[in-house]
Design a protein around this ligand. Sequence first.
Ligand code: SAH
Length: 463
Amino acid sequence: MDYFPICLKLKNLPCLVVGAGSCAARKIELLSRAGAKITVVAREISPQVAAMQSTHELTIHEQEFERDDLYGFKLVISATNDAATNQYVSECANQQNVWVNVVDSPALCDFIFPAIVDRAPITIAISSGGSSPVLARLLRAKIETLIPPTYGILGKLAEKFRETVKQKIHPPSNRRIFWENVLQGRVAELVFSGQMEAAESALNDVINQTSLPENNGEVYLIGAGPGAADLLTFRALRLMQQADVVVYDRLVSPDILEMARRDSEKIYVGKERSQHALPQEEINALLVKLAKEGKRVARLKGGDPFIFGRGGEEIEMLVEHNIAFQVVPGITAATGCASYAGIPLTHRDHAQSCIFVTGHLKDDSIHLNWTQLAAPNQTVVIYMGLIGLEKICESLISHGSAADLPIALIEKGTTSQQRVITGTLSTLPEIVKHETIKPPSLIIIGTVVSLHEKLSWFANKTN
Ligand code: SAH
């Protein structure tokens, strides 16, 4: 280890910054976030630093740096653009045992600045030991995505209850297990979903042992998006990585499943068109059973759980059984396919509204409100419409849509195998007859489809 990380308490600590340009401004900003009492010494004060006086507690001296300026400081940062001054600051600091950092000159530094993920009171510092600050910043970006800002709130909650827990729970090993459960369980989830009052009351309950919510299972109804794994939300990913069991169906791609916790149990519940691997009632019952066994269950659904996803039915059953749950929205097929196919669902010149309908009803028939769907200046998106494509096109034409109204069929939208087939209401059924269409596929109808060729990101994959 070339550099040893420590966390300094800078609150009210006098710190000196030499230089007053944009680089110094960044350091002033950082130090004052930690509550340091900052003095700036510089030959010239930039307007940026001068302006900081109104928002930060700063003392500014417009003068050349001198050895005696270091008196009373434990820490100095030299951020001037003059190498000789930087060198001199470093030398003086060494002689007087003041810790020094010279911006961009590791050789002159006692300490260096890490890249910081600030989730106060949680702070994560990443250092490349000066070898590659860019790599440290890239790593920081990765960590930022894994640790949502709500971890800070969780940290504050833990701080607030720390003393009480210390007094009530003994010995320390029990306390550790207690906190491990709380910080990974129901209380943490309540914090992450913004329910602070419920979180505090749940935490009080566990401390007073009026209930043991940590032993209860929970169901996360997660929208896994239309296919591309990087369209998952951060929350979806986090919950998938903590779930004990993953219950998924056909629309959830292997890439996405791959991102679930490695040692979690994976249960496939299928859902091919008209041959459900498990009837919906049994899926509902399975979720209840697993949660009652105390498991954290990630119920992964393609797209968004509340758009043609029967998510409502699944949580109704959970509510009936008093099982805690969360619903995580996902990118629905309509928006995913539209973006990846270069078809804006609304557009000032084309469509002022957009309708999502299902082309597959419970009894396999299609009874849609054709008059409404045939109205102009809108986009109609049809889920599960391939089987009824011919009937859909005929009905729209007979209810007043133009026979040359553009229509697109998007196969495996957002995945590397996405294919977009376009035509008109009168031509597409025939075109599709000559193609082998692989599920899932989505239909988009409206003049917005005419923009596809111009806006498509996947021009080489389209017909
Ligand atoms: N809850 C899902 C929809 C489930 S219904 C969502 O919000 O997207 C299943 C239908 O969604 C499929 O028959 C198909 O019409 C559509 N669909 C889902 N993923 C798709 C994809 N990647 N490409 C095209 N259509 C898709």
